[in-house]
Design a protein around this ligand. Structure first.
Ligand code: HEC
Length: 142
């Protein structure tokens, strides 16, 4: 990242705790923070890759809200800690925990659970599959 980009992230992290989920979703200029998902994406996407998923987590700021074992900077508790997520029966208490459902959740939490505090982040189909593959590696520790 350039110095300017780093300062943008610092500024964002300072205001993040003051934003409601609605404000976060809207973004500063009234538009959603990222592009809307492309409907044809699903057919183009390859099978999920856990390593790519671990990197994609950074891009979508998952780390600003979740504690995620083995991911630098991920020690926040706005949302549930994701360690052991692979063994939990439900996603956000409402959806059976399968890889396909994790992809659906990541693509649009508000569709699955209206009013949830997890924002729609514009995660692409491919990135959602990669992240789901990574989350599937997060077993509960001994
Ligand atoms: C602005 C904060 C925020 C961001 C950013 C965020 N989440 Fe969440 N996440 C939450 C909250 C809050 C919940 C709990 C939602 C609920 O139960 O309604 C949640 C729930 C989840 C769950 C279900 C956890 C469980 O125990 O059932 C998963 C999986 C998840 N998030 C993954 C991610 C991933 C991956 C990203 C990045 C693509 C991400 N989150 C980005 C706040 C966030």
């Amino acid at each position: 990242m350039t110095d300017d980009e780093i300062w943008d992230v610092v500024a964002f992290l300072r205001v993040l705790p003051t934003l409601s989920a609605e404000e976060y979703r809207r973004g500063e200029d009234g538009r959603p923070p990222t592009a809307q998902p492309d409907k044809n994406e699903a057919s183009k996407a390859r099978v999920g890759d856990a390593r790519a998923g671990r990197n994609a987590l950074q891009q979508y700021l998952c780390v600003t809200c979740h504690a995620i074992p083995g991911v630098p900077g991920a020690w926040n508790y706005v949302g549930p800690a994701l360690g052991g997520i692979a063994e939990r029966p439900y996603i956000a208490g409402v959806l059976n925990n399968t890889p396909e459902n994790i992809v659906r959740w990541l693509r649009s939490p508000s569709t699955i659970k209206p009013g949830t505090a997890m924002p729609d982040l514009g995660v692409s189909e491919q990135d959602a599959r990669d992240i789901a593959a990574f989350l599937d590696t997060l077993q509960e520790g001994p």
